[in-house]
Ligand binder design. Structure first.
Ligand SMILES: Nc1ncnc2c1ncn2[C@@H]1O[C@H](COP(=O)(O)OP(=O)(O)OP(=O)(O)O)[C@@H](O)[C@H]1O
Length: 950
């Protein structure tokens, strides 16, 4: 086979070449597309259809960036000073502290880097899940493929809401409008037409081409891909489009703010500690200066959780992965936090609350009602009239017109694959194809019509029309749409084989028929038609360009179908769960108010008195009236996408955090405006997915509620490790500070070989923070749900992660930790508060150090809830247990292994020491248990009092 010319590099300009010639040059038949093998071959030749990503930062620079924190730099400076002092003093022995501190910092940087890479990988994996897709014709069939797999010569099939995946030459277009702002900056959508352009014109004027990165805002079309990847016009400007950098989430901002605040406070404390030591103990040698300096700076490094932003990213990213496994694909980490605060979920009805498995069960025409049996897409079922097989006659004829016309003004396809009936396209439309097959004779008739033009369906118009030519040359217009809308375009009625005027009585009857179907929860669709001889005169045939909305008049109303779209079984409990969690559910649908209200009632969204507010009423309201309305109304029906935007704005003005679902191209503004835009993964358009923060892989409402729960759990877990880290840090700072003060008061100055008496050494402080504490903190990030997060109201968007209650808890716990640590040291020291101690200062300090580490590890269990006992879900997190056991082993090692004893100035402990350390450390657990018990009792008493008052 000849190789197709690569148009992107050839001199041929597709915009100035006939579509047929472009197809020929690219060796493709526009009616069949490429074969799968040929597409694979071309993909191998041209490479994936991607814009080259920006080069990644080299590893060494990322490692170096780990040291860029000002406090770490300060510590490094202190280390340098200590080395200089050691050199001045004659370089005796080895500068052990300096070596140990640098080693710990390197270890810490490597860990930080690993965290960062994990978070990045998780985010990259999300990008793959939310990648854009395109519809192409391959082997004569429609296929949806990732847009990265498009190749030159592919036949793109474009519909409203599609992202154009590659540059392509149009060969067909029906009312095709493309938004090209991303490429040309032009905000208005441009109408496209396959007619060749003869001059060389700028991109914005190449009406016969569509370009990668733009979006179809209206209409349909077919185009031959002429360029992919960097060869596209978008590729030409791609150097300007560096990969978007993830902005820090509000929580990440709060944490870095917290870091800076702590940094300042701690530097203050460090200075106070250093001055206190100098005053109480007196600085005697340069070594004393270095010891105090290192201690002060290490304290600062320890107390400020530098690793927190990285841990935060990992926890968010892991949460995002868990959500994705449950079909909620979040595009940005920040959306996870917002999800947890959602206070109202506005949801579509069709496909989200319902199954979107449409079955026509009823056809109501002027002569009566036909019932159709059978479920699903298999076209087997009986047509009956009052329980009897439908006989030939006016009713059958009318039903045949309804279903026949309905399956012609239709873009869906029905086919049997391996014995299973499957549909391609809109399920509402496919329902007509299935029903038409159930009613014998209909398909034979429709086969005689060929489509010549169309005005596509849109959620604003709520109807669509096509023009067809019969074998005998006659032209007709066929329309289907929301019956109340369609009836406005009808002046006549089909009655048996006759066409009669649609007088007020007949119109009222038709409306009543539809209303009745709606109240029974049926989705309704009307069908109408008219002979259209006048189309013949326009431009030598019913040309697509001459056919527009103006043809939708003077129609003959044929009848209405009742489509069953059952609610998803999991939705009712999900709505109850949302309500319990203080989240309101609002249904916003294009469907009829009666259908909407009935289904909302069945699902528990509204009670029997609840009503559906029609979109037309919203039009008559100003902002204030709408704000009043959204306070009470939970069902909006027959709305258009523009109403959605107004509803979002009104709810937000009421102070609510709004999650909003959407699927169509016109939903994009509402999705962007909502706090969380949620696009449908299955039925949603590419434009909607692009505008949303989250994509539902299964279109299911219940998935949104799961995602909210997950968002709350993630936020809870973040609070857990904040609490945990700050408990420990507060404990250390207070231990050092109080230790120095008490040492002075008790006269323990210069009691050890190191010169100055310090309750903890710089290396030990760094050990605790950067080694033993990191494991439990990480494990906390994947903690299972300890407190039921769906029993509390949503968190305010601007509520702080660390509130006052938490600060009080941190202060109390920090104080308890420092007191037990100092008491442990005192127990073993001779001449302390508690008599009987006989150990050396080094042993006593090692015991204090160990108590501090153990208390920290025990606090990990406590930090998991502000109110629940640490024993609740005690064994639920095996990572936490792993981390705690590892922490204990590391501590045993640092106390008992001689090389580590030298590095960390520790001394061996015996059995009694270990037991006392463990017992003293456990005191924090009991104190916290008592405090939480008190809190719980208080809370219960308040709840009882409130219940009593009611
Ligand atoms: N393919 C179609 N052709 C003609 N009319 C349609 C088609 N699909 C839907 N309709 C009519 O338009 C109305 C509105 O449809 P739209 O897609 O805006 O909302 P919906 O799918 O009913 O609900 P939701 O907004 O909850 O997804 C429907 O109730 C139906 O009567």
């Amino acid at each position: 086979m000849a190789t197709p010319r690569d148009l992107s590099t050839a001199s041929l300009d597709p915009a100035r070449t006939d579509a047929a010639d472009v197809a020929r040059a690219l060796l493709v038949d526009p009616e069949r597309g490429l074969t799968a093998e040929e597409a694979a071959r071309r993909l191998a030749h041209h490479g994936p259809n991607e814009l080259r990503a920006a080069a990644s930062t080299p590893l060494w620079r990322r490692l170096l960036a780990q040291f860029s924190d000002p406090l770490i730099l300060l510590l490094l400076a202190a280390v340098v000073i200590s080395v200089i002092a050691w050199l001045i003093e004659g370089a005796v022995g080895a500068p052990i502290d300096a070596i140990v501190i640098v080693a710990i910092l390197v270890l810490n940087a490597v860990l930080g880097l690993v965290q960062e890479s994990r978070a990045e990988h998780a985010v990259a994996a999300l990008a793959v899940m939310t990648q854009a897709r395109s519809t192409v014709l391959r082997d004569g069939e429609l296929r949806t493929v990732p847009s990265t797999e498009l190749v030159p010569g592919d036949i793109l099939v474009l519909a409203e809401g599609d992202q154009v995946g590659a540059d392509a030459r149009l060969f067909r277009a029906a009312a095709l409008f493309v938004a090209e702002a991303s490429l040309t900056g032009e905000s208005e959508a441009v109408e496209k037409h396959p007619d060749r352009i003869d001059e060389v014109v700028p991109i914005g004027d190449r009406r016969d081409m569509v370009f990668k990165g733009t979006a179809v805002s209206r209409g349909t079309g077919g185009a031959i891909v002429t360029a992919t990847g960097m060869a596209t016009e978008m590729g030409a400007i791609a150097t300007m489009l560096d990969a978007t950098v993830e902005q820090p989430t509000p929580l990440q901002q709060e944490v870095s703010h917290l870091g800076r605040l702590l940094g300042r406070i701690v530097i203050g404390i460090a200075i106070v500690v250093m001055v206190t030591i100098a005053l109480i103990e007196g600085i005697r040698t340069p070594a004393d200066v270095v010891t105090v300096l290192l201690l002060g700076v290490s304290l600062a490094v320890a107390a400020v959780p530098e690793g927190l932003p990285a841990i935060l990213s990992v926890v968010l990213a892991l949460g995002v992965q868990r959500m994705a496994k449950r079909n909620a694909v979040v595009k940005r980490l920040s959306s996870v936090e917002t999800l947890g605060s959602a206070s109202v979920i506005c949801t579509d009805k069709t496909g989200t609350l319902t199954t979107n498995q449409m079955t026509i069960e009823r056809i109501v025409t002027a002569s009566g009602t036909v019932d159709l049996s059978g479920v699903g897409y298999a076209p087997v079922g009986r047509a009956t009239d009052h329980g009897h097989d439908l006989a030939a006659g006016p009713l059958r004829l009318e039903a045949q017109i309804v279903l026949g016309a309905g399956s012609l003004v239709n873009d869906a396809q029905l086919a049997q694959h391996d014995g299973v009936w499957e549909i391609e396209g809109d399920p509402t439309e496919a329902a007509f194809l299935v029903a038409a097959r159930k009613l014998g004779g209909t398909r034979e008739e429709t086969a005689r019509y060929g489509r010549v033009a169309e005005v596509p369906f849109s959620s604003e118009r709520k109807m669509m029309s096509t023009a067809h030519r019969h074998e005998n040359g006659d032209l007709v217009v066929l329309s289907k749409g929301a019956p109340d809308v369609l009836l406005r375009h009808c002046t006549r009625l089909q009655l048996g084989a006759r066409i009669v005027p649609l007088d007020p009585v007949r119109r009222a009857r038709a409306l009543a028929d539809m209303e009745l179907l709606s109240e029974e929860a049926f989705r309704t669709l009307g069908v109408a038609y008219r002979p259209a001889p006048e189309l013949e005169g326009t431009g030598g045939g019913a040309d697509a360009a001459d056919f527009d909305e103006s043809a939708e008049q003077d129609l003959v109303y044929a009848g209405v179908v009742g489509i069953l779209d059952p609610p998803r079984p999991e939705v009712r409990p999900a709505i109850a769960e949302a309500r319990a969690a203080g989240i309101r559910v609002v249904m916003i649908t294009g469907d009829h108010p009666a259908t909407a209200a009935r289904i909302a009632r069945d699902l528990g969204i509204i009670d029997d008195e609840g009503i559906a507010l029609p979109g037309a009423r919203i039009d008559g309201m100003d902002e204030h009236q709408l704000r009043d309305a959204v306070r009470t109304v939970s069902v909006f029906a027959r709305v258009s996408p523009a109403h959605k935007l107004r509803i979002v704005d009104a709810l937000q003005a009421e102070g609510l955090v709004v999650a909003m679902t959407g699927d169509g191209v016109n939903d994009a503004p509402a999705l962007k405006s909502a706090d969380i835009g949620i696009a449908m993964g299955v039925t949603g358009t590419e434009v909607a997915k692009e505008a949303a923060n989250m994509v539902l892989a299964d279109d299911d409402f219940a998935t949104i509620v799961h995602a909210v729960r997950e968002g709350r759990v993630i936020f809870d877990n973040i609070r857990k490790f904040l609490r945990y880290l700050l408990y420990g840090n507060m404990g250390e700072v207070l231990t050092v500070f109080l230790g120095v003060v008490f040492a002075g008061l008790l006269g323990f100055t210069h009691a050890s070989a190191d010169g100055i008496v310090l309750p903890l050494l710089a290396t030990q402080i760094l050990w605790i923070n950067l080694v033993t504490d990191s494991g439990p903190a990480l494990a906390m990030g994947v903690d299972p749900e300890i407190d039921d997060v769906m029993t509390r109201p949503p968190r305010g968007l601007h509520d702080r992660a660390i509130d006052r209650g938490m600060w009080i808890g941190i202060a109390i716990t920090g104080l308890v930790i420092s007191v037990v640590t100092l008491l442990t040291m005192d127990v073993f020291l001779p001449g302390g508060l508690i008599p009987g101690g006989t150990d050396t200062f080094d042993v006593a300090r090692t015991a204090g150090f160990t108590t501090l580490v153990f208390a920290g590890l025990i606090m990990a269990f406590n930090a998991r809830s502000a109110t629940s006992s640490a024993f609740r879900g005690f064994f639920a997190n095996r990572w936490l247990w792993g981390a705690v056991v590892l922490g204990v082993l590391l501590q045993v090692a640092v106390v008992s292994l001689p090389p580590l004893q030298v590095a960390f100035s520790t001394a061996s402990l015996d059995g009694v020491h270990w037991a006392v350390c463990a017992a003293m450390a456990s005191v924090v657990l009991w104190v916290e248990e008592l405090r939480k018990l008190g809190l719980r009792l208080l809370r219960r008493r308040r709840a009882d009092a409130a219940a009593h008052a009611r």
